[in-house]
Design a binder for this molecule. Structure first.
Ligand code: TXA
Ligand code: MG
Length: 355
């Protein structure tokens, strides 16, 4: 460690450009039990070494996340995913999904390796695993992997810690809040944030549980669409879990991904009765900006002028961050078409609007 306070409790951690020896230094911090803001293609994560229970506990603390909500573990490659959970442990469906979507915005709920601390999975016998598609995340996790191997050879590190360079990382927002899609958004205590630029996907990964019978339960909608999943496992084999279902993702909690400003979700903006908003300062969020013009909103965010849902997903959380900073009494958001990434966008907006 570099001396000084190993875990400064600053709300706005320093942002580090990824150059020269930055990645190696960041990997050392992880190996030493510190927390880092890590870019991924979906959203920024609050990263720690997955096999370090104390570091994982600090992630829960920093995010003010309830201990019943498990973290996902990121690995640098599909090979490393199988190395971590054991080659035979993965159902065939999981391998097909890995071939199709890793690296990428898909988290697979798989059997938990015994060595992984229970705190990471909140006591579940399964672990969410993902190979992020961001080059910087991959370099960081690889560097951690190398470092742990080196240390296992030169020092008497516990074998569990040396097993694989897995990085546990929930989204780097305070629990229930808007996820960060830029390094500057990360406002939870950590050593530093590695700057990987704006996140290309912009919504979190899709979380699935693959089953031995070839079917897949979708626990959270996200960056991999239902249409894409169906292409791999077959149309009838994809089922979306209902909120409150028994094997559900704790991240399906009703109010989530929410700005501090109250948010109302409407299906058609023109049906909104302006009188219902009274004298409030209201901001609006729409897909193309066509609607809502001239309705007297104090601020407006457009997700994609050309109505492209991929671009819209990438802009969603940054737009919510800006609206949150605009001193509004309320945000009105209009639902986007319920197809492709639009489903994940509407899911986030619906949860953001939950009371
Ligand atoms: O795109 C992402 O997934 C981002 C980036 C940083 O990788 N991470 C992320 O993590 O969104 P988090 O912790 O905010 O959301 C992970 C979701 C949570 O809803 C959690 O409940 C669910 O995955 N999850 C994790 N492990 C699980 C398990 N074993 N079984 C069921 N759900 C699980
Ligand atoms: Mg999250």
């Amino acid at each position: 460690m570099d001396g000084g306070d190993p875990f400064p409790k600053t709300a706005q951690p320093p942002v580090m450009a990824a150059e020269g020896s930055t990645v190696a230094r960041a990997a050392r911090w992880l190996a030493d039990g510190e927390l880092l803001g890590m870019p991924t293609e979906t959203v920024y994560g609050l990263a720690c070494h997955a096999f370090d229970a104390a570091a994982a506990a600090r992630v829960f603390e920093a995010k003010r996340r309830p201990s019943f909500d498990p973290l996902i573990v990121h690995v640098a490659s599909t090979d490393n995913a199988w190395r971590m959970i054991g080659e035979q442990a993965a159902p065939t469906t999981a391998r097909a999904l890995a071939d199709a979507f890793w690296p990428g915005p898909l988290t697979q709920v798989l059997p938990k390796p015994a060595e992984l601390p229970r705190i990471v999975t909140s006591g579940l016998e399964t672990v969410g695993v993902r190979v992020p598609a961001h080059p910087l995340a991959q370099r960081l996790i690889e560097a951690l992997d190398d470092l742990l191997r080196e240390r296992a050879i030169t020092k008497d590190t516990a074998p569990s810690r040396a097993r694989v360079g897995g990085v546990a990382a929930p989204s780097a927002n305070v629990f229930g809040g808007v996820s960060p899609t830029r390094a500057e958004h990360v406002a939870v205590p950590c050593r530093a944030v590695l700057d990987g630029g704006p996140c290309a996907t912009g919504v979190e990964s899709t979380v699935v549980q693959p089953h031995d019978d070839g079917t897949v339960t979708v626990l959270r909608l996200g960056g991999t669409t239902l249409e894409q999943l169906a292409e791999v496992v077959g149309e009838g084999n994809v089922r979306v879990a209902k909120p409150g279902e028994k094997v559900t993702s704790p991240g399906m909690t009703e109010r989530h991904y929410a700005p501090r400003t109250p948010l109302t979700l409407v299906h058609r903006l023109e049906r909104l009765d302006p009188a219902s908003l009274g004298n409030q300062r209201v901001g609006v969020l729409t897909l193309t900006g066509e609607r809502g013009r001239g309705m007297g909103f104090a601020a407006a965010e457009v997700l994609s002028k050309r109505g492209d849902l991929v671009e819209a997903a990438a802009n969603l959380f940054a737009a919510l961050h800006r609206l949150d900073a605009a001193g509004l009494d309320r945000v009105v958001a209009e639902a986007v078409p319920e197809e492709g990434l639009g489903r994940a966008i509407n899911d986030r907006l619906r949860r953001a609007s939950a009371p």
